[in-house]
Write a protein that binds this ligand. Structure first.
Ligand code: AMP
Length: 146
């Protein structure tokens, strides 16, 4: 099968790698030794968070078991915080593998979106206000730390 535009080798200059290196700013929600969670700057709903492993993985195919477990446990923390902060049960967990699936940043990441599949906004289109993202990140982080 031919897969078009598929990126299979890890690019050390991808935007999430730069975040992990501390080279570009982001709104942090949570961090531990194996994962980082931060606000998506083009959210598909208010409170859209991304969770990444501190491992150079392009997509799910590359993810090592210990990082897979860590990402899932961080996702659980974030989802529980989103439920509390946004007072809603429904949170979408989404993850795209390959450009054919719509993946645009080639460092593995899980999307956690307080929304419904019927109301989900468009993917990576509209940039959110920085102050709003900072305020939401602070609220989510406070609940996780509590
Ligand atoms: P995907 O298309 O699954 O690879 O998702 C990449 C996500 O990264 C999209 O939802 C973008 O809105 C988001 N994104 C891109 N650049 C940044 C950035 N600098 N900070 C936070 N999120 C970003």
């Amino acid at each position: 099968m031919t897969v078009l535009n598929q990126q299979t080798t890890y690019d050390d200059n991808n935007i999430f790698a730069k975040m992990l290196d501390g080279d570009i700013p982001y709104h942090k929600v949570y961090e531990d030794d194996k994962t980082l969670a931060f606000m998506d700057i083009m959210p598909q709903a208010e409170g859209h968070v991304l969770v990444i492993p501190k491992q150079k993985a392009v997509d799910l195919a590359d993810l090592e078991p210990e990082y897979a477990a860590a990402v899932l446990m961080t996702s659980k923390k974030v989802m529980q915080a989103q439920r509390q902060v946004f007072e809603r049960e429904g949170v979408i967990q989404m993850q795209l593998n390959g450009s054919q699936a719509g993946q645009t940043v080639f460092h593995y990441h899980v999307h956690l979106i307080p929304s419904s599949i019927h109301e989900l906004g468009r993917h990576a289109v509209t940039q959110a206000d920085n102050n709003d993202l900072a305020a939401i990140a602070q609220k989510l982080a406070a609940v996780i730390d509590a």
